[in-house]
Write a protein that binds this ligand. Structure first.
Ligand code: AP5
Length: 219
């Protein structure tokens, strides 16, 4: 593929981050996660992070005007010249419209939107068992993707942590926000003719294969 402009959509815990990390090598473009960028801003105590934190802590969306500037700057980076794999953005109609404008200005429209479908019970189970390496960002699950040494990252040995917003009540709110504000984008992109609905259940390798097939990439 020459240029690749892909969005991964799906509820919290659908496996967007897991799949994006594994797909970047095959697609040859950077993984841009709006959640990761916001968490970096929170950790770095930047102005954006200080504003974003109160929304993230309770599972609400960070206001569009804060997120849009962050994404526009990131996709303007030189490493995005061959394209990008967006994870967690867009999440609202306004963000989808703004992304369309940004890409029109750059000269290349969005090519594929992959909507990962995973049912609510499975999503909640995935998030309850998710563990993250705070150093290298590698993702684990206590049952489905357990590290070799319990509680330690296989890559760098750092102690794994639970994400702040993976508490049960926050997960419930995140899922509700997804259904109200983000799921309507599935229909929007279907109308645009670039939607691929992909079953996000099953092994990570199977899901990866389905996504690559949908976007026409090489394994
Ligand atoms: P964000 O970080 O984007 O969170 P999310 O969309 O809720 O998605 P997650 O990261 O929770 O899940 P995922 O789909 O990436 O699943 P993962 O691969 O980790 O956003 C966080 C917050 O930031 C938002 O609530 C909001 O406040 C703010 N925000 C972010 N973007 C924003 C935006 N655009 N606008 C406004 N606000 C924004 O997998 C989950 C677990 O499942 C892992 O443990 C993994 O090992 C396991 N797993 C993965 N695949 C499989 C499989 N096939 N089988 C079994 N287990 C699996």
């Amino acid at each position: 593929m020459s240029e690749v402009r892909v969005v991964l959509l799906g509820p919290p815990g659908a496996g967007k981050g897991t799949q994006a990390k594994s797909l970047v090598a095959s697609l040859g473009v950077p993984h841009i996660s709006s959640g990761d960028l916001l968490r970096e801003a929170v950790t770095g105590l930047t102005e954006l992070g200080l504003e974003a934190r109160s929304y993230m802590d309770v599972g609400d969306l960070v206001p569009d005007e804060l997120v849009l500037g962050m994404i526009e700057k990131r996709i303007g980076g030189t490493d995005c010249a061959p394209g990008f794999l967006l994870d967690g953005f867009p999440r609202t109609q306004a963000q989808a419209a703004a992304l369309g404008d940004m890409l029109n200005a750059r000269g290349g429209p969005l090519e594929h939107v992959v909507a990962l479908a995973v049912d609510r019970t499975e999503v909640v189970e995935r998030l309850a068992g998710r563990r993250i390496c705070p150093d290298c960002g590698r993702l684990y699950h206590v049952r489905f993707e357990a590290p070799q040494n319990e509680g330690r990252c296989d890559g760098c040995g750092t102690e794994l942590v639970v994400r702040d917003d993976d508490r049960e009540e926050t997960v419930r709110q995140r899922v509700a926000v997804y259904e109200n504000r983000t799921a309507p984008l599935i229909e929007f992109y279907r109308q645009e003719g670039i939607l691929h609905e992909v079953n996000g259940s099953g092994s990570q390798a199977d899901v990866r294969g389905r996504i690559l097939e949908a976007v026409g990439g090489q394994a």
